[in-house]
Design a protein around this ligand. Sequence first.
Ligand code: GRF
Length: 219
Amino acid sequence: MKRIVCLISGRGSNLAALLETARHERWAQEIPAEIALVLSNRAHAAGLEVASRHGVATAVVEHGAFATRETFEAALIAAIDVRDPQLVVLAGFMRVLTKSFVEHYAGRLVNVHPSLLPAFPGLATHRRALEAGVRVHGATVHFVSPTVDAGRIIAQAAVPVLEGDDEQSLGARVLAQEHLLLPRCVRWIVEDRVSLADERLHVSGIADRERAILAAGGR
Ligand code: GRF
């Protein structure tokens, strides 16, 4: 059984999508993977309740309790590695991670990001997309590399930017795609259909259109 640890910071809608997909697709029975732990850097993250509702163990490592990023990450690594996970998923985890953390989980750390990377790395992606006037925006799931939001791309989903969109409406359209994309990518990894070796992505038995989703929604 492959163990997955999810890291969150807030509402946990991507986590919920992952847990619901796992339940729906009968992970643990049909595919040998389970979400073993949900870890938050915020004690009041709503996503912790999502995890509990699904019967998944939770833990909190509050970044504010540590004087440095390094000591915070050491505690985080200790909490994660108790589960000896094959995959660590950043599902709305809002802390920048150091090179040594990323290297510790090389090839087993993935992130979901609300833009079509390499466009708009970092924060406020929907606002920046609107300001830039792009007509297509979206979401990316990628392996994490030491440079923020720059690792190998596993899959992307593109959505149209519509006349009259604001951050909220555009963000909701993107989020709906994140919820499809993240569980799908996690499943591919635990099924060994996607992997990262020598900083290269290896993909087998996945149709191109599954990795490049062009979501409808225009008018
Ligand atoms: C998502 O948009 C994710 O891409 C970004 O932060 C947001 C987290 O949302 N990194 P949620 O906690 O999964 O609802």
